[in-house]
Design a protein around this ligand. Structure first.
Ligand code: KMH
Ligand code: ZN
Length: 274
């Protein structure tokens, strides 16, 4: 089986220090959390950025500042910025993160409820616009799918030339508005992917480690981090993103799956070597 790529979604746009005091806002805190995840075994950092008061932003200047600061400490890590940003941002605002010329970035493949009155909007035209921009800039999309319909959207847009093969998906499961995170949901999503696709699974909240285990067994890859879950076990807050990554490493080792370093992760994802 391929080595296991672990992505750490260290920050997100919605989770706050009120949920877990270790959630990073400042550049220094973002670097601390990225380094803790990398040291524990993550080869990819899924990056959202905030202003110092915690407000989410897609400002290209803030992304550059955070990306440069992370790379100064862990130069070989793969930084995977968000183009999802936060609910309510405009398309062009969201695309600012691509100005750091990342190797890979998220491409959200559909609209869904996102808790309360929030709707995370990704119309077909938005997805085409983002897909086209990524092709022009030579950035690999990580296709974020919150439900089966979004896999179908990605496959349709691939046929129309807005997404290139080989496809790489992020099965985000357990969002309040998307597919659930039970094993049968995972099998359904996973079996709906093209044969040659790679995937990572991001289980939200209580689904984080059960879905990570399913992906480890299945030969997929895993995302954990404060964006998705702030607990290391029921009712116990994680001290860092590194602690969440370390738990995945322990499970993987018990199950006989080796962990990919960033060089190996680039190879698996079809990214250019550094
Ligand atoms: N914050 C969510 C509204 C992504 O990174 O592309 C969107 C999100 C997805 O987190
Ligand atoms: Zn995200």
């Amino acid at each position: 089986m391929e080595k296991l790529i672990i992505t750490a979604a260290i920050c997100g746009a919605e989770v706050l220090k009120e949920h877990n005091p270790a959630v990073p806002y400042t550049v220094k805190e973002i670097v601390r959390e990225a380094k803790s995840a990398y040291d524990a075994g993550a080869s990819v950092i899924h990056l959202h950025v905030r202003y110092d008061d915690g407000t989410p932003t897609q400002s290209k200047e803030r992304f550059k500042e955070c990306n440069d600061a992370i790379k100064a400490v862990i130069p070989d890590v793969i930084v995977l910025p968000s183009t999802g940003g936060a609910v309510g941002m405009t398309d062009d605002e969201r695309l600012e993160s691509l100005e750091i010329n990342p190797e890979i970035a998220t491409l959200d493949c559909g609209t869904c409820n996102f808790g309360g009155d929030d709707v995370f909007t990704n119309t077909e035209n938005t997805i085409k616009y983002f897909g086209q921009r990524m092709i022009e800039k030579g950035i690999k999309p990580e296709l974020e799918v919150f439900d089966k319909s979004m896999i179908e959207m990605a496959l349709r847009l691939k046929k129309k030339g807005f997404i290139k093969e080989p496809m790489h998906f992020d099965l985000v499961m357990g969002v309040n508005g998307g597919i659930g995170g039970d094993l049968r949901d995972f099998v359904f999503m996973r079996n709906s992917l093209p044969q040659d696709a790679t995937y990572v699974v991001a289980g939200i909240g209580r689904y984080e480690f059960s879905l990570a285990t399913a992906a480890i067994i299945d030969g997929g890859h895993v995302r954990v981090g404060f964006e998705d879950n702030v607990y290391i076990s029921k009712g116990v807050l994680a001290k860092s993103n590194g602690e969440l990554v370390a738990k995945v490493v322990r499970i993987a080792k018990e199950l006989g799956r080796e962990i990919a370093n960033p060089t190996e992760a680039r190879e698996i994802l079809g990214l250019k070597p550094l």
